[in-house]
Design a protein around this ligand. Structure first.
Ligand SMILES: [Zn+2]
Length: 308
């Protein structure tokens, strides 16, 4: 496999030197050659000479529109070039990027940068809805907890429990694709629900000896258990190292960059990490393109984000 093309900041600005270049890129991604009315879907469209108030006018519904109309971009006044730069920054930073840094580099307030990043992350939330097949690793982990409680947490750790932390459960298949979600607890019903949603019936599931997985065989899966406490890490080539290395990346990002992720927003960051992980092979432009594709029909309001 050839190495995916990673764009430098210099190359980014050569590709998108101004707002016009950014707009044309968004338009080509969303429409191809032909503008489509964001209000009614008509392709009977006229281009407005001075682009005011918007670049296009629909001959059917007579409304003006732009590439933003009907997308998450519609309620933002931020130039499209800044949207692209924000996506680019989120793409390039493997461990994520704090909103203070994004604000500085984009020349916007921290609040604007935070909202921008959250709206971009929102496009990454949805996993493909097919089931994973073959042999896969399923594991759960704890993320978060307040800094001042860290030591207490360690002492309070009883078995798998950890005070003030959030549970994340994930699966990684043979191709390295990871899907992970925040769940409310590590009970068997919760973990089984995750497995049923993401793993094809009859597939081979490798887990450790956590009791939450005890019924997987009865649920129709080929279940392989690795006993970590007995020093057993690999059994017949089955292991859970892949998903565990994903957890350690997620936690390094948490500790090193975000410092504090509220439980409310943690699932977005989990999706950010898994989306970036799963798209590592498609290069910077592939990643930007896929994000814009997903933006096209997403509407997320500030209110929805705060209450959601
Ligand atoms: Zn129209």
């Amino acid at each position: 496999m050839s190495k995916p093309e990673t764009l430098s900041t210099f190359e980014f600005f050569r590709k998108f030197p101004d707002e016009d270049a950014a707009r044309k890129f968004f338009e080509a991604k969303r429409w191809g050659d032909e503008p489509v009315c964001g209000h009614c879907g008509s392709v009977s469209v006229a281009e407005c000479k001075d682009h005011k108030p918007m670049p296009y006018r629909c001959k059917d519904c007579r409304k003006h529109f732009s590439v933003r109309t009907g997308t998450v971009l519609a309620e933002s006044r931020l130039p499209l070039q800044k949207w692209l730069l924000a996506i680019f920054m989120l793409t390039s930073a493997r461990k994520g990027i704090p909103s203070t840094q994004m604000a500085r580099e984009l020349g916007v307030t921290q609040k604007t940068a935070w909202f921008l990043a959250q709206r971009i992350r929102e496009t990454w939330l949805k996993d493909r809805d097919d089931h994973m097949d073959g042999q896969m690793q399923v594991d759960e982990t704890y993320v978060g907890g307040r800094e001042k409680n860290k030591h207490a947490d360690k002492k309070l750790r009883a078995g798998r429990g950890a005070v003030g932390k959030t549970v994340v459960v994930g699966v990684r298949d043979e191709h390295g694709e990871v899907r992970a979600v925040v769940v409310e607890n590590t009970k068997a019903t919760t973990l089984e629900r995750f497995v049923r949603e993401h793993c094809k019936a009859g597939a081979t599931i490798v887990t450790d000896t956590h009791g939450g997985y005890i019924n997987l065989k009865a649920r129709g899966y080929n279940h392989i258990t690795i006993n970590h406490t007995a020093g057993e890490y690999v059994r017949d080539m089955a292991h859970t190292n892949g998903i565990e290395s994903f957890w350690s990346l997620l936690k390094r990002g948490y500790i090193g960059i975000y410092h504090y992720m509220s439980a409310k927003h943690l699932h977005r960051y989990v999706k950010e990490f898994s989306f970036r992980h799963n798209t590592a092979q498609i290069g910077t432009m592939g990643f930007i393109g896929m994000t814009i594709d997903r933006m096209a029909d997403k509407r997320l309001t500030y209110k929805g984000l705060i209450n959601g």
